[in-house]
Design a protein. Structure first.
Length: 403
């Protein structure tokens, strides 16, 4: 009774974005869950899941690798992107259902648990409170607020915290997110200015000062410069003690050039899908840490990427800024791989996040505890998801006036 009878999707309001869920139901009533996303460059994943889900009905949940191979054949003319993310969402739900049928946690399907707890860093530290104070509270309007956010990370036992790029006004106040790589603001040339680089340094100095010497600081620059701009930014902050600088690039050669001129370790890869995308970056020795989005790739396929990284002596870290289900999917991945660096985790949450799930991820002294209950060890509560209708326009696709 392991045949699949239905594949569905659900979504709900998550404050300024939406959470999305894939639900796979078996003939025996077992339900497998996964979380995915449509708000950050990926509108339409739900439609991909609907199309591919039709092909799953009547097949065994045990054959998730067969599903991946067939689904890849179906999307081969346009492989990658949204189509591959739909496959990843289904694969993750199949893993949850399969593990529940077998009565084991998902990490057992991945080779077994190497670590019962996973080191995590506080992601978007200060960033979410600057960008979305109406959702997360604790608005930050000065560098002292940034400093206090760093201190809070230390006081709560985190060993690392990551922040982002912000522009300050002429009084060095009122930080505003600087994300031209995502059209916020729209400056497609992606050029740095002396003032922006000074602001970057000021922001990091405040965070480092508040966090103290025992909390490592990470910086995420995303796609917000081109090669020249990334090099200039790295020069501006060369003497600051940073855990890594995260840089997104689609050019292995450009990123290798940047890395060769960086005093800090370079992490990258969160927008790459599959071993075919990652291989050129490993060959070019373009990164110190490979960022793997298990939500996009599927956890089973992400294990292959981690194995490839191991062959090139590279550690991996998951991309994880979604809901609590994604956190637990990534926890099982991190628990099972040998070459883990650290795991991303958002700490600032909406007031209702905990109500949407059967459990809340547990962090003790900067370590996320990995459950040994069947499946991912967490489930969305369907009636509560349905009680919070999704926002019409969310994530990167909010109306221009709300951007």
């Amino acid at each position: 009774m392991t045949k699949i009878s239905k594949v569905e999707t659900l979504s709900c309001d998550a404050g300024w974005r939406n959470y999305y869920f894939c639900k796979v139901t078996l003939e025996n009533g077992t339900i497998g869950w996964s979380e995915y996303d449509e708000g950050f460059g990926s509108p339409g994943v739900s439609e991909v899941i609907a199309k591919l889900g039709n092909r799953l009905v009547g097949l065994s949940v045990m054959d998730h690798e067969r599903f991946y191979a067939e689904a890849y054949c179906l999307i081969r003319p346009a492989a990658g992107g949204i189509a591959s993310q739909g496959i990843g969402a289904i694969e993750n739900a199949l893993l949850d259902a399969k593990a529940k049928v077998l009565g084991v946690p998902c990490f057992e399907l991945l080779g077994g648990r190497m670590r019962p707890a996973v080191p995590v860093y506080w992601s978007h530290c200060a960033s979410w409170r600057i960008n979305h104070p109406q959702v997360y509270g604790n608005p930050i309007k000065t560098l002292d607020g940034v400093r206090q956010a760093g201190a809070e990370a230390r006081e709560k036992g985190f060993r690392a915290a990551k922040t982002n790029l912000f522009a300050l006004d002429d009084n060095h106040e009122n930080p505003k997110s600087w994300r031209p790589g995502f059209a916020a603001p729209f400056h497609p040339e992606l050029n740095p200015t002396p003032k922006l680089l000074r602001n970057l340094r000021q922001h990091l100095e405040a965070m480092i000062d508040g966090a103290g010497p025992d909390v490592e600081i990470l910086l995420d620059l995303n796609f917000n410069f081109r090669t020249e701009g990334f090099v200039r930014a790295l020069q501006e902050i060369a003497d600051l003690p940073l855990f890594w600088v995260e840089i997104d690039s689609y050019s292995p050669e450009a990123l290798a050039y940047i890395r060769s001129r960086s005093p800090h370790p370079i992490s990258s890869g969160e927008t790459l899908i599959g071993i075919r995308d990652f291989l050129p970056f490993f060959r070019a020795q373009a990164l110190d840490v490979a960022i793997v989005d298990t939500v996009w790739n599927g956890v089973w396929q992400s294990m292959k990427i981690a194995n490839l990284a191991e062959a090139f002596e590279v550690n991996v870290a998951p991309h994880n800024f979604y809901g609590h289900l994604c956190t637990m999917m990534n926890a099982h991945f991190c628990s099972a791989i040998p070459n883990l660096r650290i795991m991303e985790l958002d700490i600032d949450r909406t007031p209702w996040d905990a109500d949407l799930f059967s459990v809340v991820p547990q962090v003790k002294d900067g370590m996320l505890q990995v459950p040994d209950t069947p499946g991912w060890g967490i489930e969305p509560i369907e009636e509560r998801i349905l009680a919070r209708p999704p926002l019409k326009d969310a994530g990167l696709f909010r109306p221009r006036t709300a951007a």
